[in-house]
Design a protein around this ligand. Structure first.
Ligand SMILES: [Zn+2]
Length: 303
C-alpha cells in the first residue's frame, strides 16, 4: 500500500506537455476503438501462420463433430476431423494457419463425426504418427474407410499404451484413458488425451462417458484437473456430471457441436454445471473456431 501511494504522488506534478500527450493518446484510443482497429488487434487474423511462441489450441468449427489442432513451437497435433464433409473445412483451417504437415494425428474413436474427415487429412498432409484406440473395427464403415486410407498411404495405426507420453514442442501430451474395457460402447473407447504446457493443461475427452472418464482418475490415478476441458460427447449429459466437473475443475469448457443440432448438445444440465462450477462455456455452434493460447502460465482466447 505504501509503495502504491508513493508512485501515485510521484506522478502528480504533471506538465502541460504531459497532459496534452495523455489527451492525444486517449483520443487515439477512442478513435481506434470506434473504428474497430483494436478489436482487430486483439483477434488473430485467420490467414496468418501461428507464431512460434507458446501453445496454440484451436477447436475447429466442424458443425456436429470434433476437430482440434494443437501447435507448439512448430510441432502439430490434430485430434479428430469431424464428418467426411468436414475434412476440407479442417484442411482450410490448417492452411490458413500455415500448417503443412502434422506430427501427430489422433483418431479418438470410430464414430463418423470424429474419424470421418481424417481420410481427407491423411491424403493431403504429411503425417508423422497416427493414433487410434484399435487397429481394426468392423462395425463402423467410416473407421474401416479410415483404416483403408491409412493402409494405402503406408501409415501404421499406433494404439497408444495407457500413460504413453509424447512431446509437442515444449508441451507434453499423454494418453490417460480409457483405463478399462469399453463394453461395446464405442463412445467409451475414446482415447483421452491430457496436454500440459508449463502450468497450463488441456483435457480432450472424445465422446467418453462420465463413468469411464472419472475412472481415469479413480482407477488410473491420472490427474484430470485442467484449465481447459473439451467436454465429452459435444456437451452431452452422458459425459459430464458433477463428479467430472469436480475432478476437472476447468476454467474454460468447450462444447464442439452443430448449430441447432438434433441431440440438444450441449445439454441444459451441462450448461448449468459449467455455471455452478464457474467454468466459462464456449461453443463452436455459436463462437465458430475457438482459438486459445497458453504461455505456460495463463490461457487466453485469441480468436
Ligand atoms: Zn461425437
Amino acid at each position: 500500500m505504501a509503495a502504491r501511494k508513493k508512485r501515485s504522488s510521484a506522478r502528480t506534478p504533471r506538465t502541460a506537455l504531459g497532459t496534452l500527450a495523455v489527451i492525444i493518446l486517449a483520443a487515439l484510443a477512442w478513435a481506434g476503438s470506434e473504428m474497430g482497429l483494436f478489436d482487430n488487434v486483439r483477434l488473430a487474423p485467420r490467414a496468418t501462420p501461428l507464431p512460434g511462441d507458446g501453445l496454440y489450441v484451436t477447436f475447429i468449427d466442424v458443425g456436429q463433430g470434433d476437430s482440434t489442432l494443437a501447435s507448439c513451437e512448430g510441432e502439430t497435433l490434430l485430434i479428430d476431423a469431424g464428418v467426411p464433409e468436414a475434412g476440407p473445412e479442417v484442411a482450410a483451417y490448417l492452411d490458413s494457419v500455415g500448417v503443412t504437415e502434422l506430427d501427430y494425428v489422433v483418431c479418438t474413436h470410430a464414430h463418423e463425426d470424429h474419424c470421418g474427415g481424417l481420410d481427407y487429412i491423411l491424403e493431403n498432409y504429411e503425417v508423422g504418427t497416427l493414433f487410434a484406440p484399435y487397429t481394426e473395427f468392423d462395425a463402423s464403415g467410416s473407421f474401416t474407410h479410415f483404416e483403408d486410407t491409412a493402409a494405402e498411404l503406408g501409415l501404421d495405426i499406433t494404439v497408444p499404451e495407457l500413460g504413453a507420453e509424447f512431446t509437442l514442442g515444449g508441451a507434453v501430451f499423454e494418453f490417460i484413458g480409457p483405463v478399462g474395457g469399453w463394453d461395446g460402447d464405442v463412445n467409451d473407447s475414446s482415447l483421452v488425451v491430457r496436454l500440459d504446457y508449463g502450468d497450463d493443461s488441456f483435457l480432450f475427452t472424445g465422446d467418453i462417458g462420465s463413468g469411464p472418464l472419472t475412472d481415469c482418475a479413480l482407477i488410473g490415478g491420472y490427474d484430470l484437473d485442467c484449465d481447459v476441458l473439451k467436454l465429452g460427447h459435444h456437451g452431452s449429459s452422458t459425459s459430464t456430471d458433477e463428479e467430472v466437473m469436480r475432478l476437472t475443475s476447468p476454467e474454460v469448457a468447450i462444447a464442439s457441436c452443430g448449430l441447432d443440432n438434433s441431440y440438444g448438445h450441449p445439454h441444459d444440465e451441462v450448461v448449468a454445471l459449467c455455471e455452478d462450477f464457474g467454468a466459462l462455456l464456449l461453443r463452436t455452434d455459436r463462437d465458430g473456431d475457438i482459438a486459445l493460447h497458453s504461455d505456460g502460465a495463463e490461457v487466453t482466447r485469441v480468436a
